[in-house]
Structure formats: C-alpha cells, structure tokens
Design a protein around this ligand. Structure first.
Ligand SMILES: Cc1cc2nc3c(=O)[nH]c(=O)nc-3n(C[C@H](O)[C@H](O)[C@H](O)COP(=O)(O)OP(=O)(O)OC[C@H]3O[C@@H](n4cnc5c(N)ncnc54)[C@H](O)[C@@H]3O)c2cc1C
Length: 486
C-alpha cells in the first residue's frame, strides 16, 4: 500500500476501538474527533498528505523494494551518504511544518525500526524467529505507513529499588505468563507520547534494565496495536484548550498528548515479539547501541532540533524588528547566541553525515560522536532559548488580549496602544501570542521539559558520553608532556 493520506490516518483512528482515559472521561470510539486530540490529529493528517503533494513526492517518498509503491522516505535503509541526505531532507520538511514543535512524527520511530530490521541478525542471535519478526514488522509498518509510539520507562514509584522489589512486582510492566500464543504483560510504563492517537506501540527495554535473574520478567521487546484488548492509556490533561489558532498558535495545533500505558494482562502474540527474556542482551541500552537504532533516531532528533532553533531565531528576530530593539548590544548578543547555536547544530549534523560509514549490518550510518555531542548539548541550550524569548519580549508576553478582544470591542484600543513600529495592533498581538505559547503557556512549559528529558536523563546521558568517549590519546599527550625534559 502506498504512503498514507491524512484522511486514511483519521479514518483508521476513528474505526479503532481503544481505551483512553482523559480528564475524567473514557474515550473508546472516535478518538480522532475528540476535542483533546482532534487538532493534533489534523496536523498529523497534514503531514501524511504532504507525501502526496506532487511537488514533495520525491522528497517525502521512495519506491518500496517489495511492492514498488511509493512509501515514506524515513523507512529508507540508507546505503550511501546521498541516502542519508535524502532522509534528512524529508525529516526537515516535516519538522519545518511544525516549527520543530512536534517530536513524535512518524520519522522518529520509523528510523528506529528501519535500523533494527537492518540489524535483524542481532535479534536472531537468540532465535531466528526474532530476526524474522523484526524484518516482517518493519515491512508491515512501511507498507501500511503506520504511526508508532513507544514506551521504555518504568513507573516512578521508588527509584532506589529495581522493579522486582517495588511494592508490587507488576507495577512495572512485566511478563506474567507465557502460553502457546505468546507472552502476557501486566503493569505500567511511562510515558507514551501520542499513544492515544498512534496506530502501534513499541514496548522496548528501559536503558536502565539490569542483568540479573530477577530482571528477566522485565526483559522483552515487542510491538502491538494501540487498540489491543487490555491496553489502556491514562492521559495528562490536554494543552489544546479549544482556543483559536490566533490565541494559542502552537497548543491548538501541536499538542502531542502524553500518557501512561497500562497493560492489564495483555496478550502479545509471538510474531510481535522481538526478544523475550535475555536481560544480558537488553541491559544498558545494548539493543539500541548494537543495532545502531540510537544513531538513526538521533539523526532524526538533531534535524528536529535544527528546525526548532531556526524557529526561535526567526521569532526573536521578528520581535526585535517589531519593537525596534535590535540596536541594543545585549539584544545583539542574545540573537548572536542563537545564530551560533544554529550553526553549531548544522556542523554536528553535517559532520555526522560526511563521516558516515557502512555499519556491521550494511547500513550507511552517521558518525556517532557529533550526534552524541548534539544530543547532550541541545537540552542545555533550549532553556537559554526560552530565556531569550522572555528577555526580549518582556511585558509583551502579557499585554496580550485574546482574538475576541483584538478583533472585537477592543479593536480600537488594540490598534492604538498595541501596534508597533512594523505591525498593526492585531498582528503584533498575534506575534507575541506565538512568543507566549512557545515560552510561557502550558504548551511551552511542556516543550521545555520535553527537550530536557524525552531522549533520556541528561545526567545519565553525560555519564555514557564520558564512559564511551576514547580519551586515551589526549591523556597520553599529558603524560608525554609531563615527562618531557626541561
Ligand atoms: C514530555 C515527556 C515526554 C516523554 N515521552 C516519552 C515517550 O514517548 N516514550 C518514552 O519511553 N519515554 C518518554 N519520556 C520519558 C523519558 O524518557 C524520561 O523522562 C527520561 O528517561 C528520564 O526518566 P524518568 O522520567 O523516569 O526520570 P527518573 O529516572 O525518575 O529521574 C528523576 C530524577 O532523579 C535522578 N535519577 C533517578 N535515577 C537515577 C540514577 N540511577 N542515576 C542518576 N540520577 C538518577 C534523575 O537524574 C532525575 O533528576 C518522556 C518524558 C517527558 C518529560
């Protein structure tokens, strides 16, 4: 089947009967039309439709090696640096559409499954069936253009103890039974962003999984449809408050709902399992590292970071021009910092692509060191971006009537008192509402936390960076220097 249309995605969601709990309501049917989800679902629909825009067809899709249909470019198994560039161009096109505000567009997890399927023999080292399962799964989601969520983290009950020693050993989702058909999962996982509006959920090992006999029940990797019986999503409140695009320009379009995934004895058929037990293989992120799924996901993430940085640079530059503050030196310094961040990201990305190599599985794989640096660096930059929006916008973030005022009874006041050097009052308020939604609103607050945590705990990511970065040459240079004769 060729790449999906937006309507195809919306119809599939509405035809699915799933278990979603939100703001005191249980939603089973028609999730695509529920007020909490309808706008972000339409946005995702627009992304799917871009695959059918004649001008974007070659950017967004390629010819499937099995069906010959045009399928999404993020499924492409890259064989050359040119292929990596094609993947990046597609990812950037989707990221720009949301100003980098969407983190869970299909390309994020398609990149992961693409890498895992290419490294299918890694799964096959335990059982050939697992290798076949991941290959078949990749082909299935590619040919049906399915949207995936994933969930890796155990509930935050008591972080000083492993899952087996919590008050209930099935607080963290674990294998409670194995039968002729598959494994049965009981317990919960945090968080599944877009879970309620995705087609499928990947439930993969936490990177903090230990390799001890008692960790076996928590050692598995599988994927199932989001409407599988027994699976339910417990959502946070929606940050799409049903307001206009003028009032909440980002929240009314891009609120990717987060949800706890709860498994009430969910049967996972064997053909959807990619690993069962074997904590020695699933511990400490081995799966993501040894298949290079982490590298391809990070490539997608850094492209999204680039789009987000370009958005912030565009926003603060427009604000500076609107209220004519660019002549002040500290404003120039702030804008300069974002320019440097943008150029730094471009360099990380370009170096990773130019220095890419074919990996052990025959896949052209970006260089890890610059991408690893980027994923450790960006979470520290993003709060600075928010700080810059505040510092430049000041009271403009709160002298903000709503659309009903700006275009209604208060229009005269808005035009007189809220116009600025380069815009009339209505447009100036619209611009500052965008700055507010990016940096102050619930939507903006979530973006800041998301950037800090979504790709892992920065503290532990830094630990991993240090532990795996070869510094021996530099240490030897110090040794050699200390031993040099005067
Ligand atoms: C908005 C948002 C969306 C997300 N979406 C997804 C998603 O779709 N799928 C998914 O799988 N995950 C998702 N996550 C989860 C994300 O992967 C985790 O937040 C991240 O890995 C940190 O884990 P945690 O939240 O359990 O924090 P915790 O591990 O509970 O950490 C809390 C604090 O304690 C410290 N701490 C805890 N344990 C240790 C330790 N062993 N060593 C050092 N410090 C420690 C941490 O540094 C941190 O300061 C999302 C998170 C956010 C915020």
């Amino acid at each position: 089947m060729p790449a999906r249309t937006g309507q195809g995605y919306i119809d599939a969601l509405n035809n699915s009967s799933r278990d979603v709990q939100i703001q005191g309501e249980r939603v089973e049917k028609g999730v695509a039309d529920h007020p909490a989800f309808r706008n972000v679902v339409r946005t995702y629909g627009q992304l799917f439709d871009m695959q059918h825009d004649p001008d974007l067809r070659d950017t967004m899709t390629y010819e499937s090696p099995s069906s010959g249909d045009r399928v999404g470019m993020s499924f492409l198994q890259p064989e050359s640096i040119g292929d990596l560039e094609r993947r990046r161009t597609m990812i950037k096109t989707w990221s720009d559409f949301s100003l980098g505000q969407l983190g869970r567009t299909g390309d994020y997890l398609n990149s992961s499954v693409m890498a895992m399927a290419s490294a299918a023999d890694w799964f096959g080292q335990v059982d050939k069936q697992f290798a076949d399962n991941i290959r078949n799964y990749y082909e299935y989601i590619r040919e049906n253009d399915l949207l995936l969520t994933h969930t890796l983290i155990n509930p935050q009950s008591n972080r000083s103890k492993p899952p087996s020693e919590q008050s209930d050993p099935f607080l963290a989702a674990g294998i409670v039974e194995e039968n002729d058909e598959g494994i049965v999962i009981r317990g919960a996982r945090m968080l599944a962003t877009i879970g309620p509006i995705a087609d499928e959920i990947m439930v993969f090992p936490s990177t903090v999984l230990q390799n001890r006999p008692e960790d076996e029940p928590y050692s598995y990797a599988f994927a199932i449809p989001c409407d599988t019986p027994g699976l339910r999503f417990l959502c946070r409140e929606s940050f799409d408050y049903g307001r206009s695009h003028y009032d909440h320009p980002l929240g009314s379009r891009f609120d990717e709902i987060d949800a706890v995934a709860i498994f009430d004895d969910v049967l996972v058929p064997y053909e959807r399992c990619f690993m069962i037990r074997h904590p020695e293989l699933l511990t400490r992120g081995r799966l993501y590292n040894e298949t290079d799924a982490l590298v391809h996901m990070t490539h997608q993430v850094v492209v999204k970071d680039l789009a987000k940085t370009e958005f912030v640079l565009g926003l603060i530059s427009t604000i500076a021009d609107a209220i004519k503050i660019e002549q002040f030196q500290h404003i120039q310094e702030k804008i300069g910092e974002i320019i440097i961040a943008l150029e730094t990201l471009k360099s990380f990305l370009r170096t990773a692509e130019v220095d890419a190599e074919i990996n052990d599985w025959g896949v052209m794989t970006p260089k890890w060191a610059p991408l690893n640096a980027a994923r450790n660096w960006f979470p520290k930059q993003y709060p600075q971006f928010i700080d810059t929006i505040w510092k430049m916008s000041a009271s403009g973030l709160f002298g903000l009537p709503t659309e009903a005022d700006a275009t209604g009874d208060a229009r005269e006041d808005v035009d007189k008192y809220l116009a600025c050097a380069s815009m009339d009052g209505v447009d100036r308020v619209k611009l500052f509402r965008l700055a507010w939604d990016a940096s102050v609103s619930s939507f903006g607050g979530r973006q800041e936390v998301y950037e800090h945590y979504f790709f892992g705990d920065p503290v532990r990511m830094a630990g991993l960076l240090v532990a795996t970065y070869d510094r021996s040459d530099y240490m030897n240079r110090i040794k050699e220097f200390l031993q040099r004769d005067n």
